[in-house]
Write a protein that binds this ligand. Structure first.
Ligand SMILES: Nc1nc2c(ncn2[C@@H]2O[C@H](COP(=O)(O)OP(=O)(O)OP(=O)(O)O)[C@@H](O)[C@H]2O)c(=O)[nH]1
Ligand SMILES: [Mg+2]
Length: 453
C-alpha cells in the first residue's frame, strides 16, 4: 500500500532541556529537506551513516546548531518511507529552530501518531504493534515494558494467528457451501468444524482473561486500603511504602481525603489509596470523606480491608456487607497483632483467613505482600496479553459469533446462518490487526484451488 505522498517532520524527543534532541523527517523529500537544512549532508556518500554538519537558517545562512544527521531510503525504515534525522542539541529553542527550517524546506508538521500510522499503512506493523508503541512509551513498570516490547514484536499476531487461520478457513468453506444450497454439509465436516471452533474459543477466552492482567500492566492496579476508622489503615500505607506519607493519630477520623501513593508489586504498577475510616456518628466533612471511600471501593482492583484486631465492635454491618460484595477482590487484614487479638470466632466466616499484621511494628508484611501479588496475578492465565479495550472488543465480538455459529452447526441449522456468524467472527478478528478480512478469505478460497486452475 502506498502512503500519503507528502513529507512530515516533528521533534521526536521530549520537551525540556537535554543534551540531545532529534528532529525526525519521513516521506519522499526527506533527503532533499535534510540537505537544504544541513548542506554537509550533500556530501553524504552512503545512507544510514551519521554525518557531522552545521544546520543553518535557509534564507539568512545563519548557523543554528552543530548536528549529526543521517538519511535512509525506503523501504527498510521504521515508517517504510524515506527517512532522515537531525540530531541537534536538546534545548527547546534550538530544536524549534531546526524544526522550523525543516518545515521551511518543504516538510509538513506531523500530526500525533502520524509516523506510526505510516508504519502501519506501509505494512511495517499491524494495529496491535502500533498500540504497543504507545504502551511501551507509557509503561510504568518493567513488566509492563516487557509485555509491550513483546507486543511490538508481534506477540498477539503470533499467538492468535492459528486461530485466525482456522476461522478464515471455516468461514471460507461455509461461504463456498452457500453456492451449492442443495448439498448438505457432510456430517464429518460439521463435526470437524465444531471441534476446531471449540478449540479456537478456548484460546480466545484465554486471551480475553489475559486482558485483566494487561489492564493492570498498562494502567496500574488501584489497591484501596479501607475499613473502620482507627484500624491502622494510614499506618499500613506508611509501612507498605516505607514512608511517612499519611497522618496517623489515635483519634478516629484522622484521614478525610484519599491519600494516594504509587508502588510496584511483582512488576505490576500499583496505586495505594488510603481512605477515610467508616464509622457511625461522623460529622459532615468526615461523612464526605466516607462517601469518597465507598466510591474508591467500587473502583478498586484490590481491597485491603483493615480491621482493628483488638476491637470486634468495629466490624459493623457495613463492613460485613463490604466483605460480601467484594469478596473476590478483597484481602482481610487483621491489624495490631502485637496486642492481644480478640476471639476470631466473633468474625464473619470470610474474615477468618485474615492476614494478621502489625502496621506500626511492621510485622508479617511479607505475607501480605504475597497475598497481594497472588490476587493481582490471578488473571494471568495465558501468555497472550491483550492490552487495550479495542483489542478486547475485537476478540470478545469474535468469540460471541463463533459461539453462535457453533450452536447453529451443532443443531444442524441452516449453513447460511453459521456462515454469517463466521463472517462476522472473521471480520472482528481481522480488525484486531487491522487486516482486510475480505482479502484474507478470498486468498484462502483461491489457495485451496489446485495448481493451474
Ligand atoms: N498497637 C498497635 N497500634 C497501631 C498499629 N497500627 C496502628 N496503630 C495505632 O492505631 C491508631 C490509628 O492509626 P491510623 O493509622 O491513624 O488508623 P486509620 O485506620 O488510618 O484511622 P482513620 O484515618 O481515623 O480512619 C494510631 O494510634 C496508631 O499508632 C499496630 O499495628 N499496633
Ligand atoms: Mg487514616
Amino acid at each position: 500500500m502506498l502512503s500519503a505522498a507528502d513529507t512530515i517532520a516533528a521533534i521526536a524527543t521530549a520537551a525540556g532541556n537535554a543534551a540531545l534532541g532529534i528532529v525526525r523527517i519521513s516521506g519522499p523529500d526527506a533527503k532533499d529537506v535534510l540537505q537544504k537544512v544541513v548542506p554537509a549532508a550533500n556530501a553524504m556518500n552512503a545512507p544510514r551513516q551519521l554525518r557531522f554538519g552545521r544546520a543553518r537558517d535557509i534564507e539568512s545562512g545563519v548557523i543554528i546548531d552543530e548536528v549529526l544527521c543521517f538519511y535512509a531510503p525506503a523501504p527498510a525504515t521504521a515508517t517504510g518511507e524515506d527517512v532522515a534525522e537531525i540530531h541537534g542539541h536538546g534545548g527547546a529553542l534550538v530544536l524549534n529552530q531546526l524544526l522550523r527550517q525543516v518545515l521551511h524546506a518543504g516538510a509538513r508538521l506531523a500530526t500525533p501518531g502520524e509516523f506510526t500510522r505510516r508504519a502501519y499503512t506501509n505494512g511495517k506493523m499491524d494495529l496491535t504493534q502500533a498500540e504497543a508503541v504507545m504502551s511501551l512509551i507509557g509503561a510504568r513498570s518493567e513488566r509492563a515494558a516487557r509485555t509491550a516490547a513483546r507486543q511490538l514484536g508481534g506477540a498477539i499476531g503470533e499467538a492468535l494467528a492459528a486461530e485466525y487461520d482456522h476461522v478464515t478457513r471455516i468461514s471460507a468453506m461455509l461461504e463456498v457451501c452457500l453456492d451449492f444450497p442443495d448439498e448438505d454439509l457432510p456430517a464429518e465436516q460439521t463435526f470437524e468444524f465444531i471441534k476446531r471452533l471449540t478449540e479456537v474459543s478456548e484460546k480466545l477466552l484465554g486471551a480475553v482473561r489475559s486482558y485483566r492482567m494487561g489492564q493492570l500492566l498498562t494502567r496500574g492496579a488501584k489497591v484501596v486500603i479501607a475499613g473502620p476508622s482507627n484500624a491502622g489503615k494510614s499506618s499500613l500505607l506508611n509501612a507498605l511504602i516505607n514512608e511517612d506519607k499519611a497522618l496517623v493519630d489515635s483519634v478516629p477520623g484522622t484521614t478525610r481525603d484519599i491519600v494516594e501513593a504509587p508502588f510496584e508489586i511483582d512488576g505490576i504498577p500499583v496505586t495505594f489509596l488510603d481512605t477515610a475510616g467508616l464509622r457511625f456518628g461522623a460529622k459532615k466533612v468526615e461523612q464526605m470523606g466516607m462517601e469518597k471511600s465507598r466510591k474508591a471501593l467500587s473502583q478498586a482492583d484490590l481491597i485491603l480491608l483493615v480491621l482493628d484486631g483488638g476491637d470486634p465492635k468495629s466490624v459493623t454491618k457495613e463492613i460485613v456487607e463490604i466483605v460480601d460484595l467484594y469478596e473476590d477482590s478483597l484481602i482481610p487484614v487483621l491489624n495490631k497483632c502485637d496486642l492481644p487479638l480478640f476471639d476470631s470466632r466473633a468474625f464473619p466466616a470470610a474474615l477468618k483467613d485474615a492476614v494478621q499484621i502489625s502496621a506500626s511494628n511492621k510485622l508479617n508484611l511479607d505475607e501480605l505482600h504475597q497475598e497481594m501479588s497472588k490476587k493481582l496475578s490471578a488473571g494471568q492465565a495465558t501468555d497472550v496479553i491483550l492490552t487495550t479495550a479495542r483489542q478486547l472488543t475485537a476478540v470478545e465480538t469474535a468469540l460471541d459469533h463463533i459461539t453462535t455459529a457453533k450452536i447453529v452447526l451443532e443443531d444442524n441449522g441452516p449453513p447460511e446462518l453459521a456462515a454469517a456468524d463466521m463472517r462476522w467472527a472473521r471480520e472482528a478478528l481481522a480488525s484486531l490487526w487491522g487486516r482486510d478480512a475480505q482479502t484474507d478469505v478470498i486468498d484462502t478460497i483461491f489457495l485451496s484451488f489446485c495448481l493451474g486452475k
